[in-house]
Design a protein around this ligand. Sequence first.
Ligand SMILES: Nc1ncnc2c1ncn2[C@@H]1O[C@H](COP(=O)(O)OP(=O)(O)OP(=O)(O)O)[C@@H](O)[C@H]1O
Ligand SMILES: [Mg+2]
Length: 267
Amino acid sequence: MSDLSRPTGPRIIAVANQKGGVGKTTTAINLAAALAETGLRVLVVDLDPQGNASTGLGIEDRDVTTYELLVDDAPLNAVIQETSIPGLSIVPATVDLSSADIELMANEKRSFLLHDALRQTAMDSFAWDYILIDCPPSLNLLTVNAMVAAHSVLVPLQSEFFALEGLSQLMLTIREVRQAANPDLRIEGVVLTMYDKRNNLSQQVEKDARDNLGELVFETRIPRNVRVSEAPSFALPVLSYDPNSLGAIAYRDLAAELLKKHNKIAA
Ligand SMILES: Nc1ncnc2c1ncn2[C@@H]1O[C@H](COP(=O)(O)OP(=O)(O)OP(=O)(O)O)[C@@H](O)[C@H]1O
Ligand SMILES: [Mg+2]
């Protein structure tokens, strides 16, 4: 029985960094696609009002979205959509989500809405192996919801100047979420994105990250690769858009490193 391979249900990973444009969405989409490619069942939750993960995975129909999941208790089969990638589904988002932050302020359970939505028993029948949550570039209530719902936080770090700035604020938020709501929340790891090995700055950021964060930094680095940035305009992960590109290969390597860590054997 396949249940043996997932005795504790899906592993839920929040992809977060309050810095904008560091590769959160790109990592959520492409890591999800790479995991699905190994035969796993993967759900992406678009938790960003920008809806970039939804656009990048080609979702046009967004009548029922993360907003309805969080605010209106919409049923799962109404909010979850299959993508063109076998095994990969998504809960899409629209700009509606931007008002959730304020609307939910008076709700006592406001930090637990995503947690409760993802833990409802109706979720079991989908048999997800992984759920990746694409967070907005902020440490707001939406990101807190992701951290309360998740087992771990995956932090993309852009290989640019100031990359590590802001990390202490992110770590502080993780600590606060641990204390208040989710004591077992782990840091899945930090992944260097848009890495250019010919650029001294990329090398310096890598050294700083490895010196300061040690084993938390994934060995896999995601290179700056134009195919990665082109893929969303074709509504595809780079793994489908150009399967042999350096970007696609790197995201497959990242998935393999993650699976190795989790002791799961790719099919
Ligand atoms: N490895 C890469 N090579 C080239 N371009 C990349 C790479 N990773 C991301 N990009 C590009 O960088 C930009 C920012 O990436 P992305 O949208 O994933 O960041 P983000 O952290 O989700 O941004 P936001 O904070 O706005 O949600 C995008 O235009 C994306 O296509
Ligand atoms: Mg994004």
